[in-house]
Design a binder for this molecule. Structure first.
Ligand SMILES: Nc1nc2c(ncn2[C@@H]2O[C@H](COP(=O)(O)OP(=O)(O)OP(=O)(O)O)[C@@H](O)[C@H]2O)c(=O)[nH]1
Length: 231
């Protein structure tokens, strides 16, 4: 399938250039932030990411790991997101060994579960705990973590109520949204706008990178095996 609206990929992006970055000129309100999208397999991590990047839902997303970029204007300020979508289908041993590095790279986290998949909901406390432990002591600011219940359109298969989602987020001190990446783009937009608000509030000083290169892969490959649902 040919993507008619090519994604803007962060072509030469490396982990060394990560940081929440503000331009020295305070009149130019620009910031960069790294966002890691996490969650169980098949919950819609790629669907949510692609919705934010292109406003499209394409149905099938393949399993390539990529970092994508998109800037967003929020209340007159521009934020450039670098978004790392890591497929859960990757080998578990590989995941475990690199997860901490991905967590160190990120400035904010989107933890996705499917409202139809209780197991995907149950793993969230462990993930949040892992993030908090890995990032403890590095910053006086709270690391923004957004919990997203996806597949809201599949209400007839619902296994996790919205109240449970809200309560868990409250307990873990995270923000919460319930969305459908399939149905509309505003849910994905709200999630990233919410993250942007956190970043602007925090305005963290730069941290040092951790030295992994070459993660970015071709976006066209991601869509090579896709079918088009909404073009
Ligand atoms: N009905 C519905 N289906 C969705 C939604 N979001 C994603 N899907 C479908 O769920 C399946 C998995 O979506 P992906 O975005 O590939 O999920 P993922 O979490 O990235 O999966 P991995 O890469 O395997 O970790 C696909 O068939 C999508 O079309 C949604 O909001 N509603």
């Amino acid at each position: 399938m040919v993507l008619r609206f090519p994604l803007r990929r962060s072509a030469s992006f490396t982990l060394e250039c990560r940081t929440l970055f503000e331009t020295p000129d305070p009149t130019i309100l620009t910031m960069e932030a790294n966002v890691l999208v996490m969650g169980a397999e098949n919950v819609g991590k790629s669907a949510l990411t692609v919705r934010f990047l292109t406003r499209r839902f394409i149905g099938e997303y393949g399993d390539l790991e990529s970092i994508y970029s998109r800037s967003l204007d929020v209340e007159g300020r521009k934020i450039l997101f670098h978004i790392w979508d890591f497929p859960s289908s990757h080998d578990q041993a590989d995941q475990d060994s690199t997860e901490e590095k991905r967590i160190q790279w990120a400035d904010g986290f989107i933890l996705v579960y499917s409202i139809c998949d209780r197991a995907s909901f149950h793993i969230l406390p462990t993930k949040v705990q892992f993030i908090k432990v890995a990032r403890e002591g590095q910053s006086p600011e709270k690391v923004p973590i957004i919990i997203v219940g996806n597949k809201r359109d599949l209400g007839h298969h619902r296994a996790v109520s919205i109240e449970e989602g809200r309560l868990l987020a409250l307990t873990l001190n995270c923000d919460f949204y319930e969305v459908s990446a399939a149905e509309a783009s505003h849910g994905a937009l709200m999630v990233f706008q919410g993250l942007a608000q956190h970043f602007w509030q925090a305005r963290l000083p730069p941290r040092r990178g951790i030295g992994i290169r070459g993660i970015v892969k071709s976006m066209s490959a991601v869509f090579a095996r896709k079918r088009t649902d909404s073009f």
